[in-house]
Write a protein that binds this ligand. Structure first.
Ligand code: C5P
Length: 231
């Protein structure tokens, strides 16, 4: 990070799976006209790349090499939907599966993989500003973020939301299986030795269990208004 990029505002939104970070981060970025970093997608892309190369049992160095060399591009299609490209293939559907999320949380526990993705994540910090969504945006990737938010929701509510999201996409998964998956992922993300899921000391906590998407977005935009976000 150079001196100039250090002045570009970052809004870090961290929290567990299914807390609504992705939706909220996208909304906040759109309202503020800022760039967006979906850091979870990068871990999912590593997982997809690893499974495509048949390296799931690979060494940490092999997995880190995949993370460092994969060719990633985020875009928007003609209908305004998000597109994710990995080494020339459109993979937005493939990275969103529960299986890919599970594998992502396994590769995300490997320190060399996290290290390999650090500079890539920081390169998203561009004027006029960045909204970064993940687990360690405020603690590790952008410790100098202008505003840090830790978004939570009860585990049951998160499983219910994820269930609805998948159902809307025509994917049929049992709620019980999803709850188990979310609990497993929470545990793995919170207990890993490197960049575990936890709020930064200076993060503002926001529990979205009983709030609508609009209410959460409004709260964050009010916080943004109350601080100086200029370069
Ligand atoms: O947010 P999403 O569900 O797409 O993230 C997939 C997995 O990637 C998470 O379960 C977590 O293990 C990992 N991750 C991470 N650090 C981030 C973002 C995601 O470890 N900043």
């Amino acid at each position: 990070m150079n001196r100039n990029s250090a002045r570009i505002p970052v809004i870090a939104i961290d929290g567990p799976s299914g807390s609504g970070k992705g939706t909220i981060a996208r909304r906040v970025a759109a309202v503020l006209g800022m760039h967006l970093l979906d850091s979870g997608a990068l871990y999912r892309l590593v997982a997809l790349s690893v499974s495509r190369q048949g390296k799931s049992g690979g060494t940490a160095a092999e997995l880190a090499k995949i993370a460092a060399t994969m060719n990633v591009r985020f875009g928007i299609d003609a209908a305004g939907d998000e597109e994710i490209w990995l080494d020339g293939d459109e993979v937005s559907g493939a990275v969103r599966t529960e299986e890919c999320g599970r594998l992502a949380s396994e590769v995300a526990a490997i320190p060399a993989v996290r290290e390999a993705l650090l500079a890539l994540q920081q390169s998203f910090r561009k004027a006029p500003g960045l909204v970064a969504d993940g687990r360690d945006m405020g603690t590790t990737v952008f410790p100098d973020a202008t505003l840090k938010i830790f978004l939570t929701a009860g585990a049951e509510e998160r499983a219910r939301r994820r269930h609805k999201q998948l159902k809307d996409k025509g994917i049929d998964v049992s709620l019980a299986a999803l709850s188990r998956d979310i609990e497993d992922r929470d545990r793995r993300d919170s207990e890993r030795s490197v960049a575990p899921l936890r709020p930064a000391a200076d993060a503002r906590l926001l529990d979205s269990s009983n709030l609508t998407i609009n209410e959460v977005t409004r709260t964050i935009l009010d916080w943004v208004e109350s601080i100086e976000l200029r370069e």
